[in-house]
Design a protein around this ligand. Structure first.
Ligand code: ATP
Length: 363
């Protein structure tokens, strides 16, 4: 037996000349809430459809629960899929929608009742068993779709933008419910979305794809604080970038010469060598702004371009003669710096992260 729920090895998917997924290696552990994120067209739905068996890989192999799925029909795989469109039967009530697959599989009546009751309870729809889909809200219909998938007791539940049709408030509520549900049933979830915030709020680990390629896999914290590429840094948030060059390596820290600023220390991926051109990333919330005194270092001065009040935080756009255009965010109710005022920039070395500047994704 293997501990992985899904193993994807060297998978490629072509549609004619178009390569939708390239050389994909991915391992999803049992009981994980795993998400695949990336922009439209990056190949995430195609990846999910290959796990489900709706598409066969052009090359490579996919295993579910340690079993090779090559040539296995979708309905014979130990997986179920929940789509954005709930695809409920309008003429059947909640109970019969959830029971449908079990009845098709000729499961005994008493067991159908027990399992449907259990699934309906899991998604908190007790008392609504006799309602038709049109009598339910969007969120309730999506919960019926979830119950219908979970009633089959899949090893892996595949979810393709399941909250895409819901308004923001309901989406947020459903994210909490989905996470609770996944924790309570312990089924492996593989969740596809273009919304990084949604993926971060629910997932144990996240995979970021771009142009059919896997850019990075990691916990939300790793992806956010230690992005592997410029693309990942931008896809999951805003990043200030300073161009520079690695000077020397000390254990897991780098000494880096930042153009126009001088030597600083930063974390970075293993294996960068002295002389490597890099970008130093600092997230806006880690850029400190202080008032400017007359003496001191002009290299870290900046001019406030404008500020925007966003409720919980404030965004400050800055222009620095040496570092270019920058963004800082500040939480709390402190006074915003005035436009055109001068501020001094600083950041902690612990909040600076390097990515190699060479390569197609470099910023
Ligand atoms: P979205 O968020 O827009 O759904 P995605 O990341 O899920 O995007 P995919 O649906 O996996 O992307 O598509 C990846 C690429 O493969 C796209 O360029 C798409 O047009 C193409 N593609 C997907 N399915 C097919 C198909 N059946 N035939 C031809 N091309 C396809």
């Amino acid at each position: 037996m293997t501990d992985s729920a899904v193993d994807i090895n060297g998978v490629e998917k072509r549609f004619g000349d178009l390569v939708a997924v390239r050389n994909l290696d991915l391992r999803i552990e049992r009981g994980e809430f795993f998400s695949i994120i990336g922009p439209s067209g990056c190949g995430k739905t195609t990846t999910l459809r290959m796990i489900a068996g709706f598409e066969e890989p052009t090359a490579g192999r996919i295993s579910v629960g340690g079993r090779d799925m090559t040539g296995v029909r979708p309905y014979r795989r130990p997986v179920n899929t929940v789509f954005q469109s709930y695809a409920l039967f309008p003429h059947l009530d909640v109970f019969e929608n959830v029971a449908f697959g079990l009845r098709e599989a000729k499961v005994a009546k008493a067991e159908v009742r027990t399992r449907v009751d259990e699934a309906v309870a899991l998604v908190q729809l007790q008392g609504r068993e006799r309602a038709r889909p049109r009598q339910l809200s969007g969120g309730q219909q999506q919960r019926v779709a979830l119950a219908r998938a979970l009633v089959n007791r899949p090893e892996v539940l595949l979810l393709d933008e399941p909250l895409g049709a819901l308004d923001l408030k309901l989406r947020t509520d459903m994210q909490t419910q989905l996470k609770d549900l996944q924790r309570s049933v312990g089924v492996t979830f593989c969740y596809v979305t273009h919304d990084q915030g949604e993926a971060f709020s629910m997932s144990d680990r996240v995979a970021v794809m771009n142009h059919g390629l896997l850019e990075q896999v990691g916990t939300p914290e790793e992806i956010y604080h230690r992005p592997a590429s410029s693309f990942v840094a931008d896809f999951v948030g805003t990043a200030n970038r300073f161009a520079g060059r690695v000077e020397s390596v000390q254990a897991d820290r780098y000494s880096v010469a930042i153009d126009g600023v001088g030597l600083r220390t930063a974390g970075g991926p293993a294996g960068l060598t002295a002389g490597t051109p890099v970008l130093v990333l600092v997230r806006p919330e880690n850029l400190q702004l202080d008032g400017v005194s007359d003496e001191g270092r002009a290299d870290l001065d900046a001019r406030v371009v404008d500020t925007a009040f966003l409720g919980a935080e404030r965004t400050v756009r800055l222009q620095s003669p040496r570092l270019g255009e920058l963004t800082a965010t500040a939480r709390g109710s402190g006074r915003a710096p005035d436009p055109e005022s001068r501020v001094r920039l600083s950041w902690s070395d612990d909040d600076a992260w390097l990515i190699p500047a060479a390569g197609p994704d470099a910023g």
